[in-house]
Design a binder for this molecule. Sequence first.
Ligand SMILES: O=[N+]([O-])c1ccc(OS(=O)(=O)O)cc1
Length: 525
Amino acid sequence: NTVGVISYNQNDTYNGLTLFTSLTETYLINSCGEVVNQWTSAFPPGNAVYLLEDGSLLRAGKVTNTTIMFGGTGGIVEKFDWEGNLTWSFTMSDDTTIQHHDIFPMPNGNILILAVTIMSNAEAIQAGRDPNLLTDGVLFNEQILEIEPLGINQANVVWEWNIKDHLIQDFDVTKDNFGVVENNPQLLDINFLGGLSGSENWLHMNSIQYNNNLDQIVMSARHMSEIYIIDHSTSTAEASGDTGGIYNKGGDFLYRWGNPQSYRQGTQNDQKLFGQHYPHWIPDGLPNAGQLILYNNGFSRTPSFSEVFILTPPTTAPGVYDYTSNTAYGPTATDYTYTNPVDPINFFSRILSGAQVLPNGNILICDGDSGYFFEIDSNENIVWEYINPSGATGILSQGDDPEGIPNLVFRAHKYGYDNPAFTGRDLTPGNPIELNSGINEPCDVLSTEEFAFEDVTVYPNPATDVIKVNSTHQINKIEIYNSLGAIISQVSNSNEINVSSYNSGIYFVRISSDTRSITKKIIKH
Ligand SMILES: O=[N+]([O-])c1ccc(OS(=O)(=O)O)cc1
């Protein structure tokens, strides 16, 4: 296969549904690449998308904004129900502000929004920016808003944080924020450019993720090659200062990691991150819960290669980060690093991307540039691979070469079948996204150990009491799965199985000899 499911180890892949958005469409696919649900927006991605526990979809869309333009802008946040109806939307795009990259659905129903707002060059200079380091007419402030959705297209802003309130500079004693950069790692040096030129988009934040246990937010600044953690328990007034909140640091950084050159506590040799994406706390109940996982893109280093990191920020109490003056924040080493085991340069995405720990310990990795998702097990075996068939030139056909056709994906999320979003839903898979999948249905022909489809017949279909399997091969096992993927019965060394007690609906019959197997769909009347 060239697109859709490329490989699938059915024993070791975490059984769930994978969500991603491409162009105007958001797809929920099963491990066979078959579409279980699909939502259509009027807008391309802007960029994050989430399935919520009530089965609705929260998605950022990209609107036209001719004043503020950069890779990753959005401008509208939309909510759709499971059936695809738009139930709420909120536009945040004008000449002075635009939502970009990430949003985050909070447990209380509110939504965190990442946005830039415009600072004039005069404001930037008053804040201590070296005028020689201003290459555009404005400078972007990064802002996080918490909004409470209202009605069908409104929201209340209930909390706000701005990076412009947490700056330091040692360039001009007559301007604001003057101080000793290396003694104030809780603040951002407005004259540190991460090796770049001082363009308006100097930080390029690309994610915000929330931890409800700690009431903290972790964010990623691609151009600084740093991640930052802040307190969310503050009032908006406290979030603009340096006291208050559970951790009593106001809106200052509680923690930062990735590039201590930014606060002059390290050299290039201490830089760990290079244009990273999607740092987030591993959720409760999963392996390594509470640690941070992120995708380190590894651009702007030689050679370029990507990594997935799991790391533990050193703490003295939950959410209280350990810091020794005149040093860099720890850790000096990650707990886990994934690189391509053959040659690191084989795994690289310059932009976008993310990684997610799954309940069985596997990690789903999204190589965003190539629209390529792969799942690794704890021995780093690749157990599932998928290439987004939705290209900028149209939907690709099975057999088409996706190389060079933009099919980028910001992130992929896998949701277990036990997710509340799926309770009571019809999860009958439809067709794969790619065209001409036909008899090339990945789950049927991927493995050479699969039977050819015509070698096995299951009848009658629809069935009412007994189904029979006809094959020229010796059949060792017949298993029946429901549409949630749960096994409900099996027989060994028999060519028939009784289904009379089943409810009406769709079931999957997995038929195995000692060397081959195949799955067929049946309808029970
Ligand atoms: O082309 N884009 O859609 C795009 C480019 C860059 C970008 O920023 S990044 O930090 O997520 O790579 C986001 C989206």
